[in-house]
Design a protein around this ligand. Structure first.
Ligand code: COA
Length: 323
């Protein structure tokens, strides 16, 4: 039994904030942000939008692309660092109701930016015991967790959602080698108060996103190199056998640093961070949907998804494109 991506979809808010707009709010410039990150602009939600509205729209588009009705879905997995409610109800349940996917189980999965890759991994395992299609939806409203007066973080993130429909079949290909891992000793490297960790945090408003950019950068480069090297080693692929690496879109300099350490040309990395910034777990499925819509994906293409993020966690999956 093989698990295939049979539909992709994405949705981003209409509103765009450029680096020049940001330079009117904090002491920064388009030149600094672009040269340090590769980002030119980010999409930001309006008052009526949130993780469930964006996620639902991305899911509808993925279902339409797959030619599958909401009633056929067996499970909905949502990954989000910015769910509608702190813990419950899950955003997956909210989207299940909005979609009318009445036969689907629904749960959220917390794995920060690698959430989509973790979601694919969990879905594939689940589909060994339940043969029905699964929706994996990654949806983020990072703009609501950012301190817009902190120039160190406010330029880095954006909002958006991406989704895929997974389906089992006997045809070889689809989701292949998976590598997921964590280094929990680094749990404070990216964090946001607001849980029930102490009396105070339980009763206070959630804080802003806090990040030690340098240590995350180093972890990210190590993670990318490890995921790519181990995936290629697993299949005995050389650089020529690989069509695309679809990395978590956090910073082009992380990609450049990884490229210096591994034998894969930078052209094989699909990058759209200039237009969307870091949309956390949504960044890979947004990029994947964009690639599909641009006609960049062909049957038999070999892809590696690679991500890292808060936890600290990392995750990779190799895919043979069969759509
Ligand atoms: N505009 C202008 N200056 C800025 C700035 C901005 N938007 N953000 C930071 N700076 C300043 C800093 O204040 C610092 O000034 P100082 O030397 O006077 O203190 C200087 O630029 C250098 O800061 P530094 O942190 O060394 O920059 P950097 O080259 O390491 O880049 C990041 C910072 C955050 C872009 C980089 O570390 C990074 O991308 N890390 C990974 C983060 C990430 O991917 N997070 C998401 C994980 S999912």
């Amino acid at each position: 039994m093989y698990t295939h991506i049979v539909g992709t979809g994405s949705a981003v808010p209409q509103r765009v904030i450029t680096n020049d707009d940001l330079a009117k709010m904090v002491d920064t410039s388009d030149e600094w942000i672009f040269s340090h990150t590769g980002i030119r602009q980010r999409h930001v939600v309006g008052p009526e939008e949130n993780a469930s509205t964006l996620g639902c729209e991305a899911a509808r588009r993925a279902l339409e692309d797959a030619g599958i009705s909401p009633e056929e879905i067996g499970t909905i997995i949502v990954t989000s660092t910015t769910p509608d409610y702190a813990v419950y109800p899950s955003t997956a349940c909210i989207i299940q109701g909005m979609l009318g996917a009445k036969n689907a189980a629904a749960f959220d999965l917390a794995a920060a930016c690698p959430g989509f890759v973790y979601g694919l991994t969990v879905a594939k395992g689940l589909m060994q015991i339940d043969n029905r299609p699964v929706l994996v939806i990654s949806t983020e409203v990072m703009s609501r967790t950012i301190n817009w007066s902190d120039r160190n973080t406010c330029c880095l993130f954006g909002d958006g959602a991406g989704a895929v429909v997974l389906k089992n079949s006997d045809q070889p290909g689809g989701l292949g080698f998976h590598l997921v891992g964590a280094d929990g000793t680094g749990y404070l490297a990216i964090h946001r108060e607001g849980g029930v960790r102490t009396e105070e945090t339980a009763r206070e408003k959630p804080g802003d996103l806090k990040m030690d950019g340098r240590s995350v950068f180093n972890f990210a480069v190590r993670s990318f190199c490890d995921i790519i090297a181990k995936s290629m080693e697993h299949y005995g692929w050389s650089e020529k056998d690989l069509t695309w690496i679809v990395p978590h879109q956090a910073n082009v300099r992380i990609i450049d640093a990884a490229v210096k350490r591994i034998n894969v040309p930078v052209e094989k990395f699909y990058v759209n961070i200039d237009r969307f910034a870091n949309t956390s777990s949504a960044s890979i499925p947004i990029a994947l949907d964009e690639m599909a819509k641009k006609g960049l994906l062909r049957r038999g293409n070999r892809l590696i998804f690679a991500a890292f993020g808060a936890g600290l966690v990392y995750g990779g999956v190799a895919v043979e494109w069969t759509k």
